[in-house]
Design a protein around this ligand. Structure first.
Ligand code: ADP
Ligand code: ADP
Length: 235
């Protein structure tokens, strides 16, 4: 069963049709790439899955069950975490604080309530190291890290707090070649850990190496839907 499935989903804002008849699947251990230019409907698609907007037509299924999220909190509760391009982290806060930021939303602190600062710093450092980022100092403001590393902290945080679906909104858009590579490697790590990743990007060169499924949006319509294994090359 797909973690997330859209079946003929549509979204209207008044008389503007932002999405129409969109069908897509997100599976565990796979990356679903959503490609498209500005205005194609990528943000609208994210907002529906993340509980910020509701679809006007069609069906959304979460683990096979027809679902409409009333709020972002509902989506988080269902294990759907979104890393937005700009809002991922608070620049002046130390790395470790950013790592635990928002955890009260997902886990109500719960088991984490008893963690002291030393433990939180250790966990942040270990989790980042595990995913391939070696920070000597998690006390430094996260604003001192590169853009790629900042995105990675936000992704590692979602993975650590048990997200099943990770939605990444243009995580490489503002990054150079090297930093994009760091984030792409991180996406592979999340995928290998069994998460279903939705990777929004306008850059096919970033989508192809990591993607398992590809959807191209144009003016709210899906104009291409490919699954990697199904792409055949004549020999
Ligand atoms: P993308 O993220 O691919 O740039 P969007 O989902 O932001 O595309 O936008 C798709 C279309 O829907 C655009 O024409 C945009 O102007 C319109 N749109 C998006 N959000 C709203 C809104 N809240 N109200 C009205 N129109 C919107
Ligand atoms: P993004 O860069 O993520 O695609 P935009 O800059 O297109 O986002 O949109 C920013 C916000 O404005 C979003 O909440 C979007 O839904 C809203 N929006 C976009 N287009 C319109 C529109 N034509 N009318 C009203 N709101 C819009």
């Amino acid at each position: 069963t797909a973690l997330v499935a859209l079946e003929g989903a549509g979204k209207r804002y008044g008389n503007i049709i932002a999405l129409r008849d969109v069908t897509m699947d997100v599976h565990a251990g796979q990356v679903t790439c959503v490609l498209g230019d500005n205005g194609a409907g990528k943000s609208t698609l994210i907002k529906i899955i993340a509980g910020l907007h509701q679809h006007s037509d069609g069906v959304m299924r979460i683990n096979g069950e027809e679902t409409v999220f009333d709020s972002p909190r509902d989506a988080l509760g269902a294990g759907i975490a979104t890393v937005y391009q700009d809002l991922a982290v608070v620049p002046l806060m130390p790395v470790w604080r950013n790592f635990f930021l928002g955890s009260e939303l997902t886990v109500g602190w719960g088991p984490f309530a008893r963690l002291d600062v030393t433990a939180m710093k250790r966990i942040a450092k270990e989790e980042l190291f595990e995913m391939g980022i070696d920070l000597r100092d998690v006390d430094q403001p996260i604003g001192t890290l590169s853009g790629g590393e900042r995105q990675c902290v936000a992704i590692a945080r979602a993975v650590y707090f048990g997200a099943k679906v990770l939605i990444l909104d243009e995580p490489t858009a503002a990054l150079g070649v090297k930093q994009s590579g760091v984030v792409l490697r991180y996406i592979m790590q999340a995928k290998n850990r069994g998460l279903g990743v939705v990777f929004i990007t306008h850059n096919p060169h970033h989508a192809f190496p990591v993607g398992d499924r590809f959807m191209v949006l144009k003016r709210g319509r899906s104009i291409g839907n490919h699954v990697k294994d199904e792409i055949s090359i004549d020999d």
